[in-house]
Write a protein that binds this ligand. Structure first.
Ligand code: ADP
Ligand code: ZN
Length: 436
């Protein structure tokens, strides 16, 4: 196995040993913030008590609300003079949380990101375009520093301005990018609309992440752009991108366990679940000094994939994120995730790249409407063909989610598109009568 960081070659035992040591140091460091000092005191836990990574279970969880309550910098464990950076989460689900970094934190983060890129096959000879938004969002600078650390010429293209993105890729012979799944499809489509073949671009690798997507979407991006897609995972609270990555086996995301302790819990009971069972991802930082976090509840739903990866790395893998527990909606008593719907839609070749799930209420009756963009060449079909497509989409959706939705076929490009993370669900159930 080719590796970027020696930690990638550690055995499972070595990883656990190092985790234990680093957990002790992390607890010492975290205790410098009053919030954690109190928690450690109440749990009666001293660094010396830690003999295995599982000892972390003696502590309560840290929630997103805790982070909000400690905003802006009350969880910092070093004096302001030692901090060099802050970021905020993009605020997809409510008021923001802030994360502060020391120089060492920024350096270890860059190394984790560089290591992640290397694991997908990116090398210093590659020209890399970062299509994540710069600014407070960690995807900009986080990925940028990683790519430079690896030694790639790095183009800080940022989000949006698709024409310019495409021009930069062509002009500089860009071979690797980091991009949102919804935006990757959009870029490919735009090139097609301009009468060119997106497969002719020099791209060979796309790291795709920052929002959930399905295996069907991965395959679609791969075939439209003729490249390999690797799932890339992170969140601001854990530095940002570079927390986990798919290696070239494309069989789940390795979480860098020398830097994070990984747990999957039952979101209802808080009980730790065995490998293989789906639940909420909980993470503890092991290398952070500016703002360590202990047992942070991410709200992301996934499972640990049992067994070893063929690549040889022993850092355990998680499955593709199913969604956030807050993305789930309940309709007629059934729990539904947007990704279940995406999985069905993207299986239809006639379906375009964008869709919107709309929850409505007529009187007391709750209904689900799915607006689906149809590719240009299919949209001109005659009514009977379209009607039968509509029916088969509704049928497949019912098989998956047990509810028969209304399916509206709409023209490609007609649904709203965001520059950042896609908004998949529009809940109009509480809208006033006669509202839209
Ligand atoms: P926000 O929480 O405001 O969106 P972040 O930018 O920190 O701010 O987003 C992190 C979240 O993005 C993760 O917790 C997860 O829900 C989602 N995410 C990041 N990468 C992926 C990925 N590869 N697959 C699915 N979801 C992802
Ligand atoms: Zn692997």
């Amino acid at each position: 196995m080719e590796y970027y960081d020696i930690a990638e070659t550690w055995s499972a035992d070595q990883i656990r040993e190092e985790q234990t040591k680093r957990l002790r140091a992390t607890i010492t460091q975290a205790g410098k913030a009053p919030f954690y000092a109190k928690i450690l005191d109440e749990a009666g836990l001293c660094p010396g008590d830690i003999t295995s990574p599982e000892d972390i279970r003696r502590l309560p969880f840290t929630s997103k609300d805790d982070l909000r309550a400690q905003y802006p910098d009350r969880l910092c464990c070093v004096p302001r003079a030692q901090l060099v950076r802050m970021h905020c989460s993009s605020g997809t689900t409510g008021s923001p949380v802030a994360v502060c970094y020391t120089q060492k934190d920024v350096d270890t983060w860059a190394d984790l990101m560089a290591r992640s890129m290397f694991a997908t096959g990116i090398r210093r000879e590659d020209t890399f375009q970062n299509m994540s938004g710069y600014g407070l969002f960690t995807g900009g600078l986080g990925i940028h520093y990683g790519a430079e650390r690896l030694g790639c010429m790095t183009i800080p293209a940022g989000a949006g301005n698709t024409r310019r993105q495409i021009k930069l890729i062509k002009d500089f012979g860009v071979t690797a990018v980091h991009i949102l799944p919804s935006y990757a499809l959009h870029v490919a489509q735009q090139i097609e609309e301009e009468g060119e073949d997106p497969r002719e671009l020099p791209l060979r690798i796309a790291l795709v992440g920052a929002e959930p997507y399905t295996e069907e979407t991965r395959r679609r991006i791969e075939s439209m752009l003729d490249l390999k897609v690797y799932n890339s995972f992170g969140m601001s609270e854990m530095n940002g991108p570079g927390v986990g990555i798919e290696c070239q086996e494309q069989s789940g995301l390795h979480i860098w366990e020398d830097a994070y302790i990984l747990e999957i819990i039952d979101p209802e009971t808080g009980r730790t679940l065995p490998d293989g069972e789906t639940g909420e991802l909980v993470m503890t930082t092991l290398t952070r000094e500016g703002m360590p976090l202990l047992r942070y509840r991410t709200h992301d739903l996934t499972r640990i994939i049992p067994g070893d990866c063929a690549c040889g790395r022993k850092h355990r893998r998680i499955d593709r994120i199913l969604g956030r527990s807050d993305d789930m909606f309940i309709l007629k008593g059934v729990n539904i995730y947007p990704m279940q719907i995406e999985q069905v839609l993207m299986g239809f070749p006639e379906v375009g790249h964008n869709y919107l799930i709309r929850l409505e209420k007529q009187g007391l009756l709750e209904t689900l409407r799915v607006l689906v963009e149809i590719r240009e060449e299919h949209f001109v079909e005659d009514m009977r063909v379209l009607r039968s497509l509509q029916e088969s989409i509704a049928r497949r959706l019912r098989d998956e989610i047990l509810i028969t939705p209304k399916v509206d076929l709409v023209q490609g490009g007609s649904l709203p598109r965001t520059e950042g993370k896609a908004r998949r669900v529009e809940d109009l159930r509480d809208a006033p009568e006669g509202g839209n």
